[in-house]
Design a protein around this ligand. Structure first.
Ligand SMILES: [Fe+2]
Ligand SMILES: [Fe+2]
Length: 358
Protein backbone atom coordinates (compact mmCIF):
# COMPACT_ATOMS: atom_id res chain seq x y z
CA UNK A 1 0.00 0.00 0.00
CA UNK A 2 2.80 2.37 0.92
CA UNK A 3 4.55 1.81 -2.40
CA UNK A 4 1.34 2.61 -4.28
CA UNK A 5 1.08 5.76 -2.26
CA UNK A 6 4.67 6.68 -3.08
CA UNK A 7 4.28 6.08 -6.79
CA UNK A 8 1.27 8.41 -6.81
CA UNK A 9 3.35 10.97 -4.94
CA UNK A 10 6.22 10.80 -7.39
CA UNK A 11 4.03 11.05 -10.46
CA UNK A 12 3.58 14.68 -11.26
CA UNK A 13 -0.12 14.80 -10.54
CA UNK A 14 -1.92 18.12 -10.66
CA UNK A 15 -1.05 20.02 -7.50
CA UNK A 16 -3.40 19.86 -4.57
CA UNK A 17 -5.08 23.09 -3.57
CA UNK A 18 -3.97 23.49 0.01
CA UNK A 19 -6.00 25.75 2.24
CA UNK A 20 -3.73 28.13 4.08
CA UNK A 21 -4.65 30.72 6.68
CA UNK A 22 -2.36 33.18 4.92
CA UNK A 23 -3.75 32.55 1.46
CA UNK A 24 -4.50 35.75 -0.43
CA UNK A 25 -8.21 36.04 -1.25
CA UNK A 26 -9.18 36.18 -4.90
CA UNK A 27 -8.87 39.74 -6.20
CA UNK A 28 -12.26 39.52 -7.85
CA UNK A 29 -14.10 39.33 -4.53
CA UNK A 30 -15.38 42.71 -3.45
CA UNK A 31 -15.41 43.60 0.21
CA UNK A 32 -18.53 45.28 1.60
CA UNK A 33 -18.25 48.25 3.93
CA UNK A 34 -21.35 47.01 5.77
CA UNK A 35 -20.76 46.79 9.53
CA UNK A 36 -22.78 43.54 9.62
CA UNK A 37 -20.23 41.60 7.58
CA UNK A 38 -17.91 39.91 10.03
CA UNK A 39 -14.28 39.73 8.95
CA UNK A 40 -13.43 36.43 7.36
CA UNK A 41 -17.08 35.39 7.01
CA UNK A 42 -17.19 33.32 3.86
CA UNK A 43 -20.94 33.63 3.64
CA UNK A 44 -20.98 37.41 3.87
CA UNK A 45 -23.04 38.96 1.04
CA UNK A 46 -20.93 40.39 -1.77
CA UNK A 47 -23.64 42.93 -2.51
CA UNK A 48 -23.70 45.99 -0.23
CA UNK A 49 -26.77 46.55 1.91
CA UNK A 50 -29.28 48.84 0.26
CA UNK A 51 -28.15 52.45 0.50
CA UNK A 52 -24.67 51.65 1.84
CA UNK A 53 -21.82 53.04 -0.23
CA UNK A 54 -19.83 50.48 -2.14
CA UNK A 55 -16.07 50.75 -1.99
CA UNK A 56 -13.93 48.81 -4.43
CA UNK A 57 -10.63 47.22 -3.61
CA UNK A 58 -7.57 49.28 -4.26
CA UNK A 59 -3.87 48.45 -3.96
CA UNK A 60 -3.82 49.36 -0.26
CA UNK A 61 -6.34 46.61 0.52
CA UNK A 62 -4.27 43.82 -0.95
CA UNK A 63 -2.14 41.65 1.28
CA UNK A 64 1.35 40.98 -0.14
CA UNK A 65 1.14 38.16 -2.65
CA UNK A 66 2.30 34.82 -1.23
CA UNK A 67 5.37 33.43 -3.01
CA UNK A 68 4.48 30.72 -5.54
CA UNK A 69 4.58 27.16 -4.23
CA UNK A 70 7.85 25.37 -5.00
CA UNK A 71 8.06 21.67 -6.01
CA UNK A 72 9.21 20.94 -2.45
CA UNK A 73 6.14 22.76 -1.04
CA UNK A 74 3.83 20.63 -3.18
CA UNK A 75 5.55 17.38 -2.24
CA UNK A 76 5.42 18.33 1.45
CA UNK A 77 1.69 19.06 1.13
CA UNK A 78 1.21 15.53 -0.15
CA UNK A 79 3.50 14.03 2.51
CA UNK A 80 1.23 15.56 5.15
CA UNK A 81 -1.39 13.06 3.92
CA UNK A 82 0.95 10.08 4.26
CA UNK A 83 -0.75 7.17 6.07
CA UNK A 84 2.09 7.00 8.66
CA UNK A 85 1.82 10.65 9.73
CA UNK A 86 -0.81 9.85 12.37
CA UNK A 87 1.42 7.25 14.04
CA UNK A 88 4.73 9.15 13.65
CA UNK A 89 4.95 11.54 16.63
CA UNK A 90 7.37 13.92 14.86
CA UNK A 91 6.16 13.72 11.24
CA UNK A 92 4.38 17.07 11.19
CA UNK A 93 7.28 18.81 12.95
CA UNK A 94 9.87 17.55 10.46
CA UNK A 95 7.67 18.53 7.52
CA UNK A 96 7.33 22.00 9.05
CA UNK A 97 11.12 22.21 9.40
CA UNK A 98 11.56 21.28 5.74
CA UNK A 99 9.02 23.83 4.52
CA UNK A 100 9.76 27.34 3.42
CA UNK A 101 12.75 29.27 2.19
CA UNK A 102 15.67 27.00 1.13
CA UNK A 103 18.08 29.60 2.61
CA UNK A 104 16.76 28.77 6.07
CA UNK A 105 16.72 25.00 5.47
CA UNK A 106 20.17 24.58 3.93
CA UNK A 107 23.19 25.47 6.02
CA UNK A 108 25.97 27.60 4.62
CA UNK A 109 29.32 25.94 4.11
CA UNK A 110 31.91 26.96 6.74
CA UNK A 111 34.18 29.88 5.84
CA UNK A 112 37.28 27.67 6.04
CA UNK A 113 35.78 25.28 3.50
CA UNK A 114 34.86 28.13 1.17
CA UNK A 115 38.45 29.38 1.43
CA UNK A 116 39.77 25.92 0.48
CA UNK A 117 37.41 25.81 -2.48
CA UNK A 118 38.56 29.20 -3.67
CA UNK A 119 42.13 27.82 -3.73
CA UNK A 120 41.02 25.39 -6.45
CA UNK A 121 39.98 28.35 -8.60
CA UNK A 122 43.17 30.36 -7.97
CA UNK A 123 45.15 30.01 -11.19
CA UNK A 124 48.09 31.92 -9.69
CA UNK A 125 48.89 29.10 -7.24
CA UNK A 126 51.41 26.49 -8.28
CA UNK A 127 50.62 22.83 -7.64
CA UNK A 128 53.21 22.91 -4.83
CA UNK A 129 51.60 25.95 -3.16
CA UNK A 130 48.17 24.38 -3.49
CA UNK A 131 49.43 21.15 -1.91
CA UNK A 132 51.12 23.14 0.87
CA UNK A 133 47.87 24.91 1.77
CA UNK A 134 45.78 21.72 1.67
CA UNK A 135 48.30 19.98 3.93
CA UNK A 136 47.15 22.06 6.89
CA UNK A 137 43.92 20.03 7.01
CA UNK A 138 44.67 16.35 7.87
CA UNK A 139 41.12 15.25 7.05
CA UNK A 140 41.44 16.69 3.56
CA UNK A 141 44.86 15.12 3.02
CA UNK A 142 43.46 11.76 4.04
CA UNK A 143 40.46 12.13 1.71
CA UNK A 144 42.66 13.18 -1.24
CA UNK A 145 45.07 10.26 -0.68
CA UNK A 146 42.19 7.80 -0.34
CA UNK A 147 40.73 8.98 -3.63
CA UNK A 148 44.07 8.94 -5.45
CA UNK A 149 44.56 5.31 -4.42
CA UNK A 150 40.96 4.26 -5.13
CA UNK A 151 39.78 2.07 -8.00
CA UNK A 152 38.79 5.16 -9.99
CA UNK A 153 42.28 6.67 -10.08
CA UNK A 154 44.80 4.19 -8.76
CA UNK A 155 44.00 0.81 -10.27
CA UNK A 156 47.17 -0.82 -11.62
CA UNK A 157 49.34 2.02 -10.30
CA UNK A 158 51.74 2.35 -7.38
CA UNK A 159 50.09 3.71 -4.23
CA UNK A 160 50.80 7.39 -3.58
CA UNK A 161 51.57 8.57 -0.07
CA UNK A 162 52.20 12.30 -0.59
CA UNK A 163 49.71 15.08 -1.26
CA UNK A 164 51.55 16.38 -4.36
CA UNK A 165 51.63 13.09 -6.31
CA UNK A 166 48.06 12.50 -5.17
CA UNK A 167 47.04 15.85 -6.69
CA UNK A 168 48.94 14.99 -9.86
CA UNK A 169 46.86 11.86 -10.12
CA UNK A 170 43.37 13.20 -9.35
CA UNK A 171 43.79 16.70 -10.78
CA UNK A 172 42.33 19.95 -9.50
CA UNK A 173 38.83 18.80 -10.54
CA UNK A 174 39.07 15.71 -8.37
CA UNK A 175 40.53 17.71 -5.49
CA UNK A 176 37.73 20.24 -5.74
CA UNK A 177 35.11 17.47 -5.51
CA UNK A 178 36.80 16.05 -2.41
CA UNK A 179 37.13 19.44 -0.72
CA UNK A 180 33.50 20.14 -1.48
CA UNK A 181 32.25 16.82 -0.11
CA UNK A 182 34.41 17.32 2.99
CA UNK A 183 32.89 20.76 3.50
CA UNK A 184 29.37 19.37 3.18
CA UNK A 185 30.21 16.60 5.64
CA UNK A 186 31.43 19.21 8.12
CA UNK A 187 28.49 21.56 7.65
CA UNK A 188 25.62 19.10 8.07
CA UNK A 189 24.85 17.67 11.49
CA UNK A 190 24.32 14.04 12.39
CA UNK A 191 20.67 13.20 13.06
CA UNK A 192 21.28 10.99 16.10
CA UNK A 193 19.90 7.62 17.12
CA UNK A 194 19.08 5.12 14.40
CA UNK A 195 19.33 7.84 11.73
CA UNK A 196 23.13 8.08 12.13
CA UNK A 197 23.70 4.74 10.43
CA UNK A 198 21.31 5.74 7.64
CA UNK A 199 23.29 8.95 7.04
CA UNK A 200 26.55 6.96 7.00
CA UNK A 201 25.05 4.55 4.48
CA UNK A 202 24.15 7.49 2.23
CA UNK A 203 27.72 8.83 2.39
CA UNK A 204 29.24 5.43 1.67
CA UNK A 205 26.88 4.89 -1.26
CA UNK A 206 27.82 8.30 -2.75
CA UNK A 207 31.56 7.66 -2.29
CA UNK A 208 31.24 4.28 -4.05
CA UNK A 209 29.08 5.69 -6.86
CA UNK A 210 31.48 8.54 -7.73
CA UNK A 211 34.30 6.43 -9.31
CA UNK A 212 31.73 4.38 -11.24
CA UNK A 213 30.23 7.59 -12.65
CA UNK A 214 33.71 8.81 -13.55
CA UNK A 215 34.46 5.61 -15.48
CA UNK A 216 31.09 5.65 -17.26
CA UNK A 217 31.20 9.36 -18.11
CA UNK A 218 32.84 9.10 -21.58
CA UNK A 219 30.11 6.69 -22.74
CA UNK A 220 27.56 9.39 -21.90
CA UNK A 221 29.61 12.17 -23.50
CA UNK A 222 30.08 13.84 -20.14
CA UNK A 223 33.17 15.15 -18.38
CA UNK A 224 34.63 12.51 -15.99
CA UNK A 225 35.56 15.06 -13.30
CA UNK A 226 32.10 16.59 -13.41
CA UNK A 227 30.40 13.17 -13.27
CA UNK A 228 32.65 12.23 -10.34
CA UNK A 229 31.88 15.36 -8.32
CA UNK A 230 28.12 15.20 -8.98
CA UNK A 231 27.90 11.50 -8.12
CA UNK A 232 29.89 12.18 -4.95
CA UNK A 233 27.04 14.40 -3.75
CA UNK A 234 24.07 13.04 -5.69
CA UNK A 235 22.01 12.09 -2.59
CA UNK A 236 23.01 15.15 -0.57
CA UNK A 237 19.30 16.05 -0.32
CA UNK A 238 18.96 13.08 2.06
CA UNK A 239 21.72 14.57 4.23
CA UNK A 240 19.84 17.88 4.27
CA UNK A 241 16.80 15.99 5.62
CA UNK A 242 18.95 14.25 8.25
CA UNK A 243 20.37 17.66 9.17
CA UNK A 244 16.82 18.94 9.81
CA UNK A 245 16.17 15.82 11.91
CA UNK A 246 19.22 16.84 13.99
CA UNK A 247 17.66 20.27 14.52
CA UNK A 248 14.38 18.69 15.62
CA UNK A 249 16.27 16.34 17.94
CA UNK A 250 18.01 19.31 19.57
CA UNK A 251 14.68 21.15 19.93
CA UNK A 252 12.94 18.13 21.48
CA UNK A 253 15.99 17.02 23.50
CA UNK A 254 15.28 13.42 22.51
CA UNK A 255 15.61 11.16 19.48
CA UNK A 256 13.16 11.91 16.67
CA UNK A 257 10.35 9.38 16.25
CA UNK A 258 9.24 8.61 12.70
CA UNK A 259 7.82 5.41 11.23
CA UNK A 260 10.26 3.68 8.84
CA UNK A 261 7.77 3.84 5.96
CA UNK A 262 7.38 7.57 6.44
CA UNK A 263 11.17 8.12 6.55
CA UNK A 264 11.63 6.09 3.36
CA UNK A 265 8.97 8.03 1.47
CA UNK A 266 10.18 11.36 2.89
CA UNK A 267 13.72 10.69 1.65
CA UNK A 268 12.59 9.34 -1.71
CA UNK A 269 10.20 12.17 -2.42
CA UNK A 270 12.29 15.16 -1.34
CA UNK A 271 15.96 14.35 -1.80
CA UNK A 272 16.20 15.31 -5.48
CA UNK A 273 14.73 18.84 -5.26
CA UNK A 274 16.41 19.49 -1.89
CA UNK A 275 19.74 18.32 -3.31
CA UNK A 276 19.34 20.67 -6.26
CA UNK A 277 18.54 23.57 -3.91
CA UNK A 278 21.58 22.74 -1.79
CA UNK A 279 23.96 22.75 -4.74
CA UNK A 280 22.55 26.06 -5.91
CA UNK A 281 22.94 27.52 -2.42
CA UNK A 282 26.55 26.30 -2.27
CA UNK A 283 27.42 27.74 -5.68
CA UNK A 284 28.04 24.46 -7.51
CA UNK A 285 26.36 25.84 -10.62
CA UNK A 286 23.14 25.17 -12.50
CA UNK A 287 24.42 22.10 -14.42
CA UNK A 288 25.16 20.26 -11.18
CA UNK A 289 21.86 21.32 -9.63
CA UNK A 290 19.92 20.20 -12.71
CA UNK A 291 21.64 16.79 -12.75
CA UNK A 292 21.12 16.18 -9.05
CA UNK A 293 17.53 17.43 -9.21
CA UNK A 294 16.65 14.68 -11.73
CA UNK A 295 19.18 11.94 -11.00
CA UNK A 296 16.54 9.20 -10.77
CA UNK A 297 15.41 10.11 -14.30
CA UNK A 298 11.77 10.17 -13.10
CA UNK A 299 11.18 13.67 -14.37
CA UNK A 300 12.40 15.53 -17.43
CA UNK A 301 12.30 19.10 -18.63
CA UNK A 302 12.38 17.80 -22.21
CA UNK A 303 16.10 18.53 -22.69
CA UNK A 304 18.85 15.87 -22.62
CA UNK A 305 20.39 15.45 -19.17
CA UNK A 306 23.34 13.06 -19.65
CA UNK A 307 24.90 13.95 -16.27
CA UNK A 308 21.71 12.80 -14.55
CA UNK A 309 21.76 9.61 -16.65
CA UNK A 310 25.36 8.73 -15.81
CA UNK A 311 24.77 9.34 -12.10
CA UNK A 312 21.60 7.24 -12.26
CA UNK A 313 23.41 4.27 -13.83
CA UNK A 314 26.33 4.67 -11.40
CA UNK A 315 24.14 4.69 -8.34
CA UNK A 316 22.10 1.70 -9.55
CA UNK A 317 25.35 -0.12 -10.25
CA UNK A 318 26.48 0.49 -6.68
CA UNK A 319 23.18 -0.80 -5.30
CA UNK A 320 23.44 -3.91 -7.51
CA UNK A 321 27.03 -4.57 -6.38
CA UNK A 322 26.25 -4.01 -2.70
CA UNK A 323 23.14 -6.23 -2.73
CA UNK A 324 24.60 -8.69 -5.25
CA UNK A 325 21.38 -8.45 -7.26
CA UNK A 326 21.92 -8.25 -11.05
CA UNK A 327 21.11 -4.91 -12.62
CA UNK A 328 18.58 -5.29 -15.45
CA UNK A 329 20.18 -2.94 -17.97
CA UNK A 330 17.46 -3.27 -20.63
CA UNK A 331 14.87 -2.17 -18.13
CA UNK A 332 16.98 0.72 -16.84
CA UNK A 333 17.65 1.88 -20.41
CA UNK A 334 13.95 1.71 -21.24
CA UNK A 335 12.72 3.44 -18.06
CA UNK A 336 15.28 6.25 -18.23
CA UNK A 337 15.23 6.62 -22.04
CA UNK A 338 19.00 6.03 -22.20
CA UNK A 339 20.50 5.54 -25.66
CA UNK A 340 24.13 4.63 -24.83
CA UNK A 341 25.25 1.42 -26.58
CA UNK A 342 24.82 -1.33 -23.95
CA UNK A 343 27.76 -3.61 -24.90
CA UNK A 344 30.16 -0.71 -24.25
CA UNK A 345 29.10 -0.85 -20.59
CA UNK A 346 30.21 -4.44 -20.08
CA UNK A 347 33.95 -4.04 -19.33
CA UNK A 348 33.34 -1.06 -17.05
CA UNK A 349 30.66 -2.82 -15.01
CA UNK A 350 32.91 -5.88 -14.76
CA UNK A 351 35.77 -3.72 -13.49
CA UNK A 352 33.57 -2.58 -10.59
CA UNK A 353 32.20 -6.10 -9.95
CA UNK A 354 28.66 -4.99 -10.78
CA UNK A 355 26.32 -7.96 -11.48
CA UNK A 356 24.05 -7.26 -14.46
CA UNK A 357 21.90 -8.80 -17.18
CA UNK A 358 20.96 -7.37 -20.56
FE1 LIG B 1 18.97 9.36 -5.14
FE1 LIG C 1 21.81 7.24 -4.73
Amino acid sequence: MALGWLSRLLKQEPPLVVASPSATPPASVERSSSAESAPGDANAPQQAESGAPVRFLDANDMAPAAPPATPVDLLIARLREHPDVATSPDAVAILDLLSGDPDTIIRQLPAAARASLSLCDDASLSRWQFAEKLSSDPALVQAVLRTANSAAFGVGKEPVIGIEPALDRIGIGGARAIIFANAVDGALSRPGGEFNSMASDVWNHMVRSAPIARALAPLFDTDPDEAFSIALLHDVGKLVIFDRISVLRANKRRDVQLRPGFVRDLLNALHEPLGASALQAWGMGPRSARAIGAHHCRTSDGEPNPLAEVVFVAELSDHAARRNVPLDLQRVWFDAHITVDLPRMVPILHSFSVPFVY
